[in-house]
Design a protein around this ligand. Sequence first.
Ligand code: UD1
Ligand code: UDP
Length: 387
Amino acid sequence: MLKLLTVIGARPQIIKAAALTRTIQKWNSSHCLEDRIAEVLLHTGQHYDDNMSGSFFKELGIPEPDINLHVGSGTHGVQTARMIEGIESALMGQNFDGVVLYGDTNSTLAGAVAAAKLHIPVFHIEAGLRSFNMSMPEEQNRIVCDRLSSVLFAPTQTAVDNLQNEGIGQGSMRFSAGKKQKVVLSGDVMYDNSMYFSSVAEEKSNILQCLGIESKNFILATIHRDNNTDSRERLSSIFSALLSVAQKQQQPVVLPLHPRTRKMLPMNLSEELYKTIISSPLIKITEPAGFFDIMMLERHASLVMTDSGGVQKEAFFFETPCVILRPEIEWVEIVDAGAGIIADADYNKICSAADSLIGQKVHFPQLFGNAHAAENILNEINAYLDN
Ligand code: UD1
Ligand code: UDP
């Protein structure tokens, strides 16, 4: 029996993990005891509010974590150090065959460092993404994690190319038991989830009725990146632009607020802009949405405006165009396809990108696999550990 430790911590990782967990459950139901896979779920506690963590386990059918480190919020150093300590002690003496990590958060970095130092193979899902902006904490995390990983599951060809350009998976680096690092083009587990849950979401979510909005007659916005929330100039420019776009289009902007943004809004917007935003009938601020609700919002919006990697991609899966509130992106395919425009935090660029995307015919080629990424990943993990 193989024994894997899956490390999750932040909202998007809980969502991503659902696809592989579901696939492992399916595998186990059709294999005898000795060929089964034991997945132990470790939650670092990086996200802890029910609407940032607990609610997703129930909605996506993921078992409760076996271990919760309850690390909580903190500076990067403190938060990551506590996670490394906790993950190391969960791994020691427990005969894990591998550690599964997702994305690029501090939980990912901590898992990679703890596992690699104990010579336990790291399986990195969503490997090879690059913004080429080393001031992003996520870029630092993903580069370290990719370096330390035994098998790198790249969601797109661009991600494979990025790894190749850095010499990763070229055979020169040996890992424990003399094994070579391997890069696999697996497809995207988020695409698996969006396809798997989209009809359930249509059935179960009544978010459009609750908010009094109509399909294709509202805009969805999410903002949480530290370089946006923590800068007065950038946050003000983005919120002024959201207001202008809503007024010009006469469509409400639905804004499920990440707790980081909720905290920073009154601090980093002028009193006047803050009051205007929270009292405007065109800006509908909500708590962070559940997964079914956010899928409905992404699918039925006329436009998505976001600095989130995941929301950007899900908008693409559901064929909704997207204004990207960042200076650069990792998912360059979306921009190349003409389905997204990078507007950064520039008021004029945001307004003109929204103008040029709303109501326009946009193409959404199939770029993120065939919705069976998790099966590819599980087969590769089995093959790697069997050899
Ligand atoms: C983290 C990830 C980011 C990812 C995002 C997904 C890192 C470095 N950043 O950013 O890559 O895109 O998660 O959402 O790992 N907070 C709460 N309740 C919670 C969680 C957070 O109130 O349940 C507040 C706290 O004030 C905290 C702040 O949000 O200080 C930031 O949380 P943190 O996990 O440090 O980073 P995120 O901005 O969420
Ligand atoms: N998400 C959610 N509710 C929200 C906003 C986002 O469930 O209010 C989901 C979204 O569907 C996606 C993931 O969270 O699957 C993206 O996470 P987030 O935007 O926090 O981080 P990023 O993807 O940028 O790392």
